[in-house]
Design a protein around this ligand. Sequence first.
Ligand code: SF4
Length: 286
Amino acid sequence: MKVTIDKYSGFCAGVVNAIKIAEEELTKNPKLYCLGDIVHNGMEVNRLEKKGLIIINHDEFKKLKNCKVLFRAHGEPPETYKIAKKNNIDIIDTTCPVVLRLQEKIRQGYLKMKNNNGQIIIYGKKGHAEVNGLVGQTNNEAIIINSESDLEKIDYSRPIQLYSQTTQSLTGYYKIKNIITKKCSDNANNIITNNSICKALSNREPLLKKFAAMHDVIIFVSGKKSSNGNYLFKICKSINNNTYFISNKEELKNDWFKNKTNVGICGATSTPMWLMKEVKNEIEKY
Ligand code: SF4
C-alpha cells in the first residue's frame, strides 16, 4: 500500500508564525499564557502545553495582571487590548497580518458606514475568535451571517458592505453574496462586496480536489473545532467518497484500507506535519 502526504497540507504561514514565537518565548520563560487555543488542533496544543504554554479563556484573562500573554493568529477585538493595558499585561501579538489587514479594512468601512446609515455584514461563524475580533472593529454592530436564514437580519434599503471571515468556504461566500446582490438590484450602488477569504486557504481548494481524486482512500487529519478543517474535509469528500476525518492515529479503522493500494493523507491549515507523519507511519503498519 502506498501512503502519500499532501505536500500542500499543514500549517499556514499565520499558524507557523504564532507557534514559532510561542516556542521561542518558552525557551526563555518556563510558562506563557495564550488567550484561546493557539491552533485548532488538540494534539499540537498538548505538545505546546507540555513545554509550558498555558491556555486561558477571556474570563481568566481579565483576572491576570503584570504578566505576558500571547494573542494567537485569529486576532482580538479592541476591548482585549484595553484590558491588557489596564492590567499591565505585556502582549505578544501573533495576529496574522492577513487578519490584521482585514480588521483595519472593516474598521475603516464601519466609520464610513456610520456616516451614511450603512451596515457591515460579516459572513462567518458567530462566536468564532476571528469573527469576534472583526465584529469588535464595528463596536459590535456588524451583522454576522452564517447561513441563508440569517439574511433576514439585513435591511436591504440601507447601504451594505460585505466581508468574510478568512477561513470560510468560497462557495458559501459567493452564494450569500449573490443573494444579497440580487436583493439590492434596485440600487446596485448600495452594496460593496469584499471577498476576504484567505488565499492560503482558497488556493488549497483546487490542489486538494486533485489530490483527493488521485487516491483510493483519503485520510483527512484535523482538529474537530477547525473551521477550515471541516470545510476542506467536505471538499475532499465531495470528490472522493472514501474520505475519512480523524484527529489522531487512534481513530484509524482497519476496514477503510481493505483492497486499497493508494492512500492519501491531507489536513487543515491547523494540522501539524508531525501528526500527518504519525498517521502515515501507523497506516504503513497495516
Ligand atoms: S488561514 Fe490565512 S488568515 Fe488565517 S492564520 Fe492562516 S494565513 Fe492567516
